[in-house]
Write a protein that binds this ligand. Sequence first.
Ligand SMILES: Nc1ncnc2c1ncn2[C@@H]1O[C@H](COP(=O)(O)OP(=O)(O)OP(=O)(O)O)[C@@H](O)[C@H]1O
Ligand SMILES: [Mg+2]
Length: 483
Amino acid sequence: PQAAARLVNALADAYLAQNVQRRAAEADKSLQFLEAQLPELRQQLETAEVALNEFRNRHQTIDIPGEITALLSQTVELEKHRLELDLRRRDAQARYEPAHPIASALRDQIASVSAQQKRIGDRIRALPKLQQDYLRLARDVEVSSQLYVSLLNNAQQLRVARAGTIANVSIVDRAVVTEKAAKPRRALVVAVGVLGGAAAGFLLTQLLAAMRGRVRDPGELEAALGIHVSATVPESAEQATIDKRKLKEPFLLAQQRPTVGAVEALRTLRLNLQLALADTERGRTILLTSAIPGQGKSFVSANLAFLIASAGPRVLLIDADIRRSSIERYLPVHGERGISDILRERLDPAPFVRADVAPNLSVLPAGDGVDNPGDLLTEERLRGLFAWANEHYDVIVVDAPPILPVSDAVVLGRFADVTAFVVRHKKAAQADVVDAVHQFRLTGAPVTGFVFNGFVPSRVRHGYGGRYGYYRAGYGYGNERRA
Ligand SMILES: Nc1ncnc2c1ncn2[C@@H]1O[C@H](COP(=O)(O)OP(=O)(O)OP(=O)(O)O)[C@@H](O)[C@H]1O
Ligand SMILES: [Mg+2]
């Protein structure tokens, strides 16, 4: 009997260990890759900074016109985008066959970015030699520091994910060897049955209550729905401060504070959604929705649209939340007519678009409030609008209404190529998100990923705030705290 108990226990332990290991292995692989890149990138950054400083010392009085600054930010964006894609490609090489759709999508994207770089390169070569040199050096510094910070961010996310990896099986009871031979004892069986039943009932109600709980860690949602987190966007202190002041003028974080953590995370989101788009056939329309209001759809849509546009493609941001539009908090559009008018009166969308609210970014406002958005948001009325948008823009970002209060939003799913569900840390009930995703999937539209928004790391649980802050301060990216 001892041997039998040992055997059973050993089997159970081995199973548990293997289960944890398998779950952690995936995160480990990516993390190892990133950690191997980090020292190299840091070296690159230091070298680039030294070179730029030397150049500045040598040419104290170089003239830097505004055109150069604009070119600089464009080349930085493109170069960074290309490097990010290149890293992803090297990571993908280790995991997939060359013919895998992800690998080929990455190659296509790299080719298109290189083509854009070539066009800008031609403009730069037309400049005086000294300005060209300055531009090249300044670009190297910008690109390596941004890339370094964003990789640090990714590595942190993976470390958190790995540390949180626990088995999804557990050992209920270990095998023990009894002293006496077994024989049925009726009273005991009845007592255990009654108490056990009561305990099980109690546990079940607790479990249900916990499921109604707020989302603190998207891992359970990922497991329950088979959808992954496309990006974790930290809570932004700057955005919160601005929100408190209730300003009349719009404020766009990605434009005003391009280097803070939340914007870095939105760049990760941009990359992941663009890769997902590249995998689809039409590949143009990104839909953002959420289970309930207030999760950050408008915040994410506006900033994401801006970031995509700043890398080159022509972007149309559609404010499809006609009940409670709030795009004007982020971008300069107010009280204009828009999508509700277009749908109601079946009008041509072109005159309603606010062109170039930022470089390459146009906005289609929500328009006048209406009493019956459900009647307007019909597949038949929307078809013309999306056909028109697909014809005139490279990327369409849709700020959709939340799903649960009014399910008319799900019809928008028919026109989306990729859909991201915004889930706000501690502000969404897990059960609501599960419900909403199920409703959304009924239309046949898949959900591509979660945006885990407003994440506030708890120092007690993760304890890495300090270290992260140290790196950021050390490399001149302390804006988050200075502001
Ligand atoms: N990561 C973040 N950091 C700080 N503030 C944020 C963040 N995300 C969103 N917010 C703020 O939270 C509030 C709600 O966000 P937002 O309006 O984008 O949500 P929404 O999902 O569009 O809501 P609604 O359904 O009402 O349209 C806004 O004041 C926004 O600025
Ligand atoms: Mg909104």
